[in-house]
Design a protein around this ligand. Structure first.
Ligand code: ZN
Length: 105
């Protein structure tokens, strides 16, 4: 069983757990491939530049952009967690429900 949606009985505010997507899934397909290659190359940017046929600085700047994208997603998830904690505090979610939602992030 998976929680798909939790709704506050008092005010109708709801959290839809099923819409949560892992951070790596939210990246563009091309970026996901880049990460896959990065892992397979044991993090060697030199090896990646040879494999992709582009210069080392090009690989490096793609990695830097990817780092920024992931940090943005982390911040978005942190705000989501914060919102859940606020909703627990306001009584829209039980501590149990809130913790289950946070665990899924
Ligand atoms: Zn409520």
């Amino acid at each position: 069983m998976r929680i798909t949606k939790l709704t506050c009985e008092d005010c109708g505010l709801s959290h839809a757990g099923e819409f949560y997507t892992p951070r790596l899934y939210r990246l563009e397909r091309e970026d996901q491939r880049f990460i896959e290659l990065f892992v397979l190359a044991s993090g060697s940017l030199k090896q990646m530049s040879a494999h992709l046929g582009v210069s080392y600085p090009t690989v490096r700047s793609r990695l830097d952009r990817l780092i920024e994208r992931l940090e943005e997603e982390q911040r978005a998830d942190e705000s989501r967690k914060q919102k859940i904690l606020e909703d627990i505090e306001a009584g829209h979610l039980s501590v149990n429900q809130g913790m289950r939602l946070i665990d899924a992030i």
